[in-house]
Design a protein around this ligand. Structure first.
Ligand SMILES: [Zn+2]
Length: 136
């Protein structure tokens, strides 16, 4: 195996990995079709809409009633990490002062809500669905 091939196979972001599906918001099974109807997370009418089934491989995106409730745990974990990072940065400049911390967190968190929402759903469905390169 050549060195180039070695790194291609070890690349954690290559197609076929869960990271690829989450970062590109692709169907976890075929990684061809998009998980969401729009690519724009700030299209506030459509950003949370998903097709019922994958248009390429027919994977069921709904799976079961309330399936995506579990994605809230993922988004909670993500929000916590964002809160800690924001606090550490604000703490350097303002110490423990409450208002700068609250405003900094809200200023960072609110614009990221659609992004966190979508990536959390992608992480959640990727826990249960594996990539199949030959799904047909
Ligand atoms: Zn698919």
């Amino acid at each position: 195996m050549g060195l180039k091939q070695f790194f291609i196979q070890r690349n954690p972001f290559r197609k076929g990995t869960r990271t690829y599906s989450v970062l590109h918001l692709k169907c976890p099974q075929c990684q061809e079709a998009d998980l969401f109807l729009t690519k724009n997370p700030y299209d506030l009418k459509l950003f949370d809409k998903m097709p019922d089934r994958c248009p390429v491989c027919n994977e069921d995106f709904v799976r079961e009633t309330g399936f995506y409730w579990g994605a809230m745990m993922v988004s909670h974990a993500t929000s916590t990490v964002i809160a800690v990072i924001t606090h550490v940065i604000v703490h350097i400049f303002y110490g423990w002062a409450v208002l700068p911390n609250v405003f900094a967190f809200l200023g960072v968190f609110i614009p990221l809500i659609p992004v966190i929402f979508r990536s959390s759903r992608a992480v959640w469905i990727n826990i249960f669905v594996k990539y199949h390169s030959r799904w047909d």
